[in-house]
Design a binder for this molecule. Structure first.
Ligand SMILES: [Zn+2]
Length: 356
């Protein structure tokens, strides 16, 4: 094992609205219950872009963002019992208490005493090393690369939760995925197919639609920019609508189209975030309670994943049931350029930084 240096390169945010700057900084402290991870890869996605643009999210500066981390444990705190040096791990994004009734009943994303998120309330994976709570890390199975594991911890695990727990997809169900070409969407259509559903995948622009077709997991590919989305869904489902809609865009327009696309008893799963602070449009959407009641509809919030769901997802990736779709990897210093591409909506699939 190579010795651990005293300083590392990291992308540091010094204030709200400031650019991320590559700096030499001291290695993070390792608390009693923390593990120190040499970062092999870290995903870069819309969550970080939104974090940087939203006042009040980061509690203290300077801060190192990045939360879809994978790497190798190089040191552990004196209280760590379950993770050994040399273990490859990925991580859970939320810092939860582990002791409240929600944490104790497998609903830790609804923790009643949360302590924030990795890369937001403690330093994250836009750095050569990161310190993480023992409770937050999950061992990576052999055969899964660091970048695939990093992507699995969020962009594939999130679809697992959304499809299995919230949309409750079963063989024969139909599902519409809105925003299907993005980092979460491209794995959502694979997961929905794995659940046995007929998958309608919607996005905008010829390039994104071609990308969805290249993955081969969607039964129907819909261009949401050409005419009414709900009308297109009805045309593809014999006028019945779909059993579930998973809306990863979650803008006012897509949410209204989602509700209008549901079959009797249909489930709308809201998973995206389209805040007015960034996009300048209030994402609130009207719900007609009479139609809602008569059609027996459901609206679900899909809020990240449990630790156990990350474990399951890593097994699905290991077994080749779902493939991590990584379209671009860059060195750490180029992460700000990826943020700019994501802001412009120019990326497809997942992107990330990987160590040399
Ligand atoms: Zn809790």
């Amino acid at each position: 094992m190579a010795s651990i240096p005293s300083t590392m390169q990291a992308l540091v945010l010094d204030a709200f609205g400031a650019p991320l700057v590559l700096k030499d900084v001291p290695l993070p402290a390792i608390g009693t219950n923390d593990v120190l991870v040499k970062v092999g890869a870290c995903g870069v996605g819309l969550t970080v872009v939104n974090l940087l643009a939203t006042p009040g999210r980061v509690d203290r500066y300077p801060r190192i963002p990045g939360h879809e981390i994978a790497g190798t444990v190089v040191a552990v705190g004196s209280g760590v019992r379950t993770i050994k040096v040399g273990t490859r791990v990925t991580n859970h994004f939320y810092i939860t208490c582990g002791n409240c009734r929600n944490c104790r009943s497998g609903r830790e994303t609804l923790c009643l005493a949360p302590r924030g998120n990795v890369g937001q309330n403690r330093d994250g994976g836009y750095a050569e090393y990161v310190s993480l709570p023992e409770r937050n890390v999950v061992a990576i199975p052999d055969g899964v690369s660091d970048i695939d594991a990093a992507v699995a911890s969020d962009a594939i695990a999130t679809p697992f939760h959304a499809c299995v727990k919230e949309a409750r997809l079963r063989a024969g169900d139909s599902v519409l995925v809105i925003g299907a070409a993005g980092g979460v969407g491209i794995h959502m259509i694979q997961m929905a197919r794995l659940c046995g559903a007929r998958v309608l995948a919607a996005d905008v622009g010829a390039e994104k639609l071609a990308f969805i077709r290249s993955i081969g997991a969607a039964d129907v590919v819909i261009d949401a920019s050409t005419g009414d989305l709900a009308a297109q869904v009805m045309a593809h489902t014999g006028g019945e609508g779909v059993d579930a809609v998973i809306d990863i865009v979650a803008a006012r327009g897509t949410l209204a189209a989602s509700l209008a696309s549901l079959a009797m008893g249909g489930r709308l799963v809201i998973i995206g975030s389209h805040p007015a602070t960034i996009y300048g449009e209030d994402p609130s959407f009207p719900v007609d309670p009479i139609r809602f009641l008569h059609r027996g509809l459901e609206i679900h919030a899909s809020r990240y994943v449990t630790l156990a769901e990350i474990e399951r997802t890593l097994e699905l990736v290991r077994d080749g049931k779902v493939n991590a779709v990584v379209t671009k990897t860059v060195p750490l210093e180029a992460v700000p350029d990826l943020h700019e591409e994501i802001r412009r909506g120019a990326t497809v699939g997942r992107v990330g930084w990987v160590s040399a």
